[in-house]
Ligand binder design. Structure first.
Ligand code: HEM
Length: 203
């Protein structure tokens, strides 16, 4: 069956499970081989979060890139933005699974309530966005509320990502790892702002 024959709901499910299943299997294989330790679980948490972050940035710039550069790539990017959003939700679902597994496996763990509220709200928004990426819930919500929900979710989740870029007290300020993410995030914000001001100038 080609992707042309799939309904949009089937395509969503294919992407969702097509990301969750292999990522979960890879995480289990890695933990079996390397050992179920807090360090290894944190490494997988960082990896799933960083892959999600990369997907998030592409979703974040899809529309402004189309507005600024009308070509075949940006056309595809905008058309597939929802699929990328589903892939993001799938990868972050594995992040959530790892959080739950770590909580149940590593004794004495204590997540700060404030962090859990902020993270929990992000997950609530993420799953509302995921559910309303399917046809019937999107129709039930209506286009105006749909747009509002997805905009709020996009910015809220983006703010959490930005907050993870800030060094913790005592951390080295400049690390090559952080510099890459800061550069990519700053570029994405720059692209969005440029498209925003270009739109305003036109109107
Ligand atoms: C209650 C919810 C959450 C908990 C308990 C949690 C927990 C964790 C943990 C334990 C790590 C590994 C930390 C380390 O080794 O330094 C991590 C990494 C990360 N998480 Fe989450 N997380 C949550 C939700 C989220 C959400 C909603 C986002 C983004 C929208 C997110 C983004 C990240 C990022 C970007 C990293 C990697 C940070 C780095 O590169 O150092 N997390 N998370």
């Amino acid at each position: 069956m080609t992707s042309k024959q799939l309904t949009s709901n089937q395509k969503n499910l294919l992407i969702l499970f097509g990301v969750i299943v292999p990522t979960t299997v890879a995480a289990i294989v890695y933990l079996q081989a390397a050992g179920i330790t807090d360090d290894n679980l944190n490494m997988l948490l960082r990896l799933t979060a960083r892959i999600s972050f990369m997907i998030y940035l592409v979703v974040f710039v899809a529309r402004p890139m189309r507005e600024l550069f009308a070509n075949i790539t940006t056309k595809w990017l905008l058309r597939e933005r929802r699929s990328l959003g589903i892939a993001f939700a799938a990868m972050h679902t594995v992040h959530l699974g790892l959080i739950a597994y770590r909580f149940n496996t590593i004794p004495g763990l204590d997540y700060e309530p404030s962090n859990s509220i902020v993270g929990g709200t992000a997950y609530a928004l993420l799953y509302l966005m995921l559910i309303t990426s399917f046809d019937a819930p999107a129709r039930a919500l209506g286009p105006k509320s749909w747009k509002r929900l997805h905009k709020i979710g996009l910015y809220y989740i983006g703010l959490i990502f930005v907050s993870t870029l800030l060094p913790d007290p005592g951390d080295e300020i400049f690390t090559l790892e952080r510099a890459w993410f800061v550069l990519l995030t700053a570029s994405a914000i720059f692209i969005r702002l440029t498209a925003y001001f270009a739109r305003r100038k036109k109107n």
